[in-house]
Design a protein around this ligand. Structure first.
Ligand code: NI
Length: 135
């Protein structure tokens, strides 16, 4: 069953929200609000239950000319052999590489991997997204 509810919001915030949903390509406010609610629920369930199973992607940029970095990243990924399903590597320019890792496992382990990658010298930017099959 679909429920409707009213939201009180001031003009400025609503204008900002409308610009945001336009940029993101949503066709309606309802669609955007549903997605934001889903994301918030997934995040909070992961915080409450770090042992929950998640799927996630980790995207990072790193400078492959930093000494030993390629070996360190490969070595780290082998430590998560049970969780890493796939990794894609793209050479961005003469120095930089983009790598996207697809992860399936405990949320806690994924956070741990993200932290280790972020702390590595030469790794410039690590972004991650995780999601669950439910809800
Ligand atoms: Ni490369």
């Amino acid at each position: 069953m679909i429920q409707r509810f009213g939201v009180s919001i001031d003009d400025t915030l609503l204008e900002k929200f409308d610009r945001f949903i336009e940029k993101r390509g949503y066709v309606s406010r309802s669609e955007a609000i549903r997605d934001l609610i889903r994301d918030a629920l997934i995040e909070s369930s992961i915080e409450e239950n770090p042992r929950s199973e998640v799927f996630g992607t980790i995207t990072m940029i790193y400078d492959h000319e930093v000494r030993g970095i390629t070996e360190k990243i490969t070595h780290l990924q082998h430590q998560y052999i049970g969780e890493i399903r796939s990794a894609v590597h793209v050479h961005v320019d003469e120095r930089n590489c983009l790598e996207v890792v697809i992860f399936h496992g405990k949320a806690k382990k994924m956070k741990e991997l993200v932290d280790k990658l972020s702390a590595m010298k030469g790794v410039k930017n690590v972004r991650f997204v995780f999601t669950k099959v439910e809800p």
